[in-house]
Each structure stands twice: as structure tokens, then as C-alpha cells.
Write a protein that binds this ligand. Structure first.
Ligand SMILES: [Fe+2]
Length: 148
């Protein structure tokens, strides 16, 4: 890992994420795995912003919780719809820079569909999420998207 992948906000966002998912430890573990892979990948991509990447990696699945509360299930479109407002609220509460929050929520709102933004952090998040989802499905865990 290089200094380029480390964010000063990592501890605060991690704490907010753990509180947000509460007893849903599988989501927390998934997210921390995605962050680790994203940081490893970012080590070779010097143009990636560590704050944006870290926030996007840690908060990319926060839409799952409201989606499951409202519908009893989650999928990519629901995550993309409900994730951004939750992420914005959590980041605003900790004083995360507004311009970076705008980018993070665009990334979260686009992490399960064809990329609408040419952001290296979006590309890295998708790559890291795919690695973890594949590994989880091979070990019998359900991937982070369920359609039923
Ligand atoms: Fe994920």
C-alpha cells in the first residue's frame, strides 16, 4: 500500500459504517474487504484521490439497509437509489469536504451499472467489489446483491 491510498478520514468513516450496519457483520466484513482491495489497486493508480476512494469503498453498500427495510430485498438499482443520500448524510456529519462528497455519491449511485462517470475511483471500486463478491460466492457467502 502506498501513502496515495491512505485517507485521513478512514477511521471516522469506518466508525460511522460500523454504527450504520450495527449487527449486520457480514456487510461490515464485505466492506472492509472491498476497502483493502481498493487500496491495493490504488497503489498503482496515482491519480486516485484517497479520500474519495476510501469513502466510496466504505460506503458503497449503505443503500442495502434502507432498501431491505423498505422492500425486504436489495438489488443494484435499489442500492444506487438509496445509497447516495445515506452516504451524504454520514459524510456531512463528519465534515467531509463537500466537493469530494459530491463525487463519492455519484460513484455510489453508479457502482452497479455501466459507468456514467470517467472516475478512476469508480473503476477501482468496481474492480475491488467484483473481486470480493467473487470470493464470497466461492466460499458460500451470498454476494452483496440479492434479487429476491
Ligand atoms: Fe459491495
Amino acid at each position: 500500500m502506498t501513502p496515495n491510498s491512505i485517507s485521513d478520514y478512514q477511521d471516522r468513516i469506518t466508525e460511522a459504517l460500523v454504527k450504520f450496519f450495527g449487527k449486520d457483520q457480514r456487510r461490515i466484513a464485505h466492506t472492509l474487504d472491498v476497502l483493502r482491495h481498493a487500496q491495493q489497486i490504488a497503489g498503482t493508480r496515482i491519480e486516485a484521490d484517497p479520500d474519495v476512494l476510501t469513502a466510496a469503498a466504505l460506503l458503497h453498500d449503505v443503500g442495502i439497509k434502507p432498501a431491505e427495510e423498505l422492500y425486504g430485498y436489495n438489488n443494484g438499482p435499489l442500492q444506487e437509489k438509496y445509497g447516495p443520500p445515506e452516504a451524504k448524510r454520514l459524510l456531512d456529519e463528519m465534515g467531509f469536504p463537500e466537493t469530494k462528497t459530491a463525487k463519492v455519491i455519484e460513484i455510489i449511485g453508479n457502482h452497479h451499472s455501466r459507468s456514467r462517470y470517467d472516475y478512476v475511483e469508480l473503476e477501482i471500486l468496481k474492480e475491488a467489489d467484483a473481486i470480493v463478491n467473487r470470493a464470497e460466492s466461492q466460499t458460500g457467502y451470498q454476494p452483496d446483491v440479492r434479487s429476491t
